[in-house]
Design a protein around this ligand. Structure first.
Ligand code: MN
Length: 259
């Protein structure tokens, strides 16, 4: 059965039940729901999360929610490196903008930054790919580019399915010995906005230019203003250090503090 144009299997509020039941929204600054789909544009986000263990939450907009995988080591541009990606509960679309700190003793307690964001393009039917455990796609982010795959590992129906996040071979691929994106580009991209400059552009020299920009271009030179959603209180709330006041500039410094 072709589900390309059919109704989704479950409405978004059912998909979010697990997400909502784990959290107390009177205590956590995370969004309970919400977020808007934009026609013709599927968003992705990778959030760096200093929970009990640092990990990277990889999220793809599918069917009105963010399908989510926790990737302990984060993505690698090396096609020979397969990164474990544990599927976790769907998150609301509004979560793509979330940066802040989940308070102690709450689910996922610890700091979250938007490590990368942009748009993604499924290379087959996305719902079918998730069901089949084999999803191939392109990423157009600030940091992540090119073709990738998520492949579910065979298992005995564990509650949290284990997948692998794998870079496909293309012009963006790089050997892990030469390049580690999580180490080279550790900081938030939130102040850059959700859409990467030159999204979808794959011209000559794009890769080194992107890295150069992220490292060296002064943020004052960025054309985008800080998004309205970057509420000062979300930063002030964790401001034990005076440096926290400038934390939204992100790309300049290592995040301070942890869970
Ligand atoms: Mn997480």
């Amino acid at each position: 059965m072709n589900r390309h144009s059919g109704p989704s299997l479950e409405p978004a509020h059912d998909l979010l039940h697990a997400y909502q039941s784990k959290r107390d929204f009177a205590l956590t600054p995370e969004p309970a729901e919400g977020g808007q789909s934009v026609a013709g544009r599927l968003c992705f986000v990778v959030q760096k999360h200093w929970a009990r263990n640092l990990h990277y939450d990889f999220r793809l907009e599918i069917d009105g929610t963010l399908k989510s995988w926790a990737v302990p080591n984060g993505p690698s541009f090396d096609p020979s490196v397969k990164r474990m990606a544990v599927q976790v509960e769907d998150h609301p679309l509004a979560y793509a903008d979330f940066e802040g700190t989940v308070p102690a003793r709450q689910y996922g307690a610890g700091k979250v930054i938007v490590w990368d964001a942009g748009t993604w393009l499924p290379l087959q039917d996305a719902q079918q790919g998730v069901r089949d455990g084999n999803l191939k796609f392109e990423l157009h982010g600030h940091k992540l580019h090119g073709r990738w795959a998520l492949v579910r590992m065979k298992g005995k129906g564990e509650k949290q399915a284990a997948w692998l996040l794998i870079k496909e071979k293309d012009s963006f691929a790089r050997a892990s010995a030469a390049y580690s994106v999580v180490d080279e580009l550790p900081a938030s991209v939130k102040s850059l906005g959700p859409s990467p400059r030159g999204a979808g552009v794959a011209g000559a020299g794009h890769r080194s230019a992107t890295d150069h920009d992220l490292h060296d271009l002064p943020l004052e030179a960025m054309p985008s203003a800080l998004p309205d959603s970057l509420a000062p209180q979300s930063w002030a709330s964790r401001a034990s250090s005076p440096n926290a006041a400038v934390a939204p500039t992100g790309l300049r410094g290592q995040p301070t503090g942890s869970s």
